[in-house]
Design a protein around this ligand. Structure first.
Ligand SMILES: Cc1cc2nc3c(=O)[nH]c(=O)nc-3n(C[C@H](O)[C@H](O)[C@H](O)COP(=O)(O)O)c2cc1C
Length: 466
């Protein structure tokens, strides 16, 4: 699709006024956990990573950042609840601001998606429920292995207020560190979603049962945080239709609308808008394979997103499987004001430029998503200006590769966007081989690669090629 699809109408690259912030385009860095903050303290590599992805007037959202010492469920995620963390973040935020970008800190509590190894005193993780996450999911442990999620402890009512206060303190700390705003992570099966979804929340008190009760925890956080730092510095992320970590819901659309309705009402009451509502959609899930089975078709997802966009009275950002085409389309059709990109931004530090000029994209390497190396798989993806010369495959090699990959269609919709086989370098093919095994339902923690034998075969086929 041409960039100027609808003449006079905004495109992905048009400026956008998000409350007090003047954005120069609508391509946003999605929040992504990268496990490079050793022992919870952001280190200089994060400054390099975020500045690489900065553009003047662009919006970056940080990785999920712990609001308290009970909030972690991944190794080496940063925190924003103590002075050392705040001081360390200041340097990163300053570096991003020097590049002209706007940066929001994503505030995160994983709730039951944790393990005693991540909890103070080896305690049980906290949640809305005492039901553990099923064995279908695995937790990434500090040594890189995968473990079983343990049984959580359901929060008592008096403790819920303390967690709300933790969000508030973390938001104030984020502003002290220089962040332009914060995003409340209410998505993907973590603590807030554990309250929102009726597939998890089995409480019989004022925080469980009805939609109103299930939305209460999120809304208390929104109100407290907006009161502390200003509503226009607060974004909210939710994923009503994503069942990650067993976060199933009996009616995703009703849940999404219930949250939207409450956010609208809150904005009217205070006479000010939130910065944005950020909704992630399960385009990266296999359609029809959600556990509840009541949603999941492409049409239903599109309908849900459109309905929420039209109902929400403020800036609407979407995320989940967006390509250049889909991003252009979403903005042109009025289905999104802003589009956040995750995995493509990992492997393309200059994604905004690449999308703008429709340049080829580097493939991401999943096995380094959550490793701790401050450079490899983190800040070493090449910029367009550094694109290396590639060796192209001949037809015979492509044919053999297709044989090894079985039914995988290298040129199909799952293939490397915009590439034709003949123009794909050997490295890209190998990388794509990994991508092809990037199982859709394993979006975050779980990683499945080609088995060693297949990789060996692929390497054999490629021989000495680039
Ligand atoms: C490595 C990785 C880490 C992620 N970490 C977070 C996170 O910390 N917080 C969050 O809300 N979403 C997280 N996500 C989800 C992304 O923000 C995004 O919604 C998802 O990747 C879909 O967008 P994409 O198809 O453009 O990658 C993560 C995704 C990836 C790939």
């Amino acid at each position: 699709m041409a960039e100027t699809h609808s003449q006079g109408n905004p495109t992905l690259f048009s400026p956008y006024k998000m409350g007090r912030f003047n954005l120069s385009h609508r391509v946003v860095l999605a929040p992504m956990t990268r496990c490079r903050a050793l022992n919870g303290i952001p280190r200089p590599a994060l400054a390099e990573y975020y500045t690489q992805r900065s553009t003047p007037g662009g919006l970056l959202i940080t990785e999920g950042t712990m609001i308290s010492d009970t909030a972690a469920g991944f190794p080496h995620v940063p925190g924003i609840y103590n002075e050392e963390q705040v001081e360390a973040w200041k340097k990163i935020v300053d570096a991003v601001h020097a590049k002209g970008s706007i940066i929001f800190c994503q505030l995160w509590h994983v709730g039951r998606a944790s393990h005693s190894v991540y909890q103070p005193g080896g305690a049980a993780p906290i949640s809305s429920t005492s039901k553990p996450i099923s064995k279908r999911w695995r937790i990434l442990m500090p040594d890189g292995s995968y473990g079983i999620y343990p049984q959580p402890r359901a929060l008592q009512i008096s403790e819920i207020q303390e967690v709300v206060e933790d969000y508030c303190k973390a938001a104030v700390n984020a502003i002290r560190a220089g962040f332009d705003g914060i995003e409340i992570h209410g998505a993907h099966g973590y603590l807030i979603d554990q309250f929102l979804k009726d597939g998890i929340n089995d409480r019989t008190d004022e925080y469980g049962g009805s939609l109103a009760n299930r939305c209460k925890f999120l809304m208390q956080i929104v109100q407290a945080v907006a009161g502390a730092i200003g509503a226009d510095r607060v974004g909210v992320r939710m994923s009503p239709a994503i069942d990650h970590l067993d976060a199933t819901g009996s009616n995703p659309l009703n849940l999404g609308l219930a949250v939207v309705e409450r956010l609208n009402k809150f904005q009217q009451q205070i006479g000010s808008k939130l910065a944005y509502l950020h909704v992630t959609q399960p385009r990266y899930h296999a359609y029809g394979q959600t556990e509840s089975g009541t949603h999941g078709s492409e049409d239903e997802e599109a309908y849900l997103m459109r309905t929420l966009k039209r109902a929400y009275q403020g800036t609407f950002m979407c995320s989940g499987g967006f390509t250049r085409e889909l991003g252009l389309q979403a903005v042109a059709d009025g289905d999104a004001d802003l589009v956040s990109y995750g995995r493509l931004f990992i492997s393309n530090p200059d994604l905004v430029l690449r999308l703008k000029v429709n340049a080829p994209l580097n493939r991401y390497i999943r096995k380094t998503f959550y490793t701790q190396d401050p450079v490899v798989g983190y800040t070493d993806y090449p910029f367009l200006s550094e694109a290396k010369e590639t060796t192209f495959l001949d037809d015979a090699q492509v044919k053999k590769l297709k044989g090894v990959l079985g039914g995988t269609d290298l040129n199909g919709p799952q293939g490397p966007a915009g590439y034709s086989c003949k123009k794909v370098s050997a490295v890209t093919i190998l990388d794509f081989a990994l991508f092809a095994n990037d199982l859709p339902s394993d979006i975050i923690e779980q990683t499945t690669f080609l088995d060693d034998a297949t990789v060996k075969k692929l390497k054999g086929v490629l021989g000495g090629t680039g």
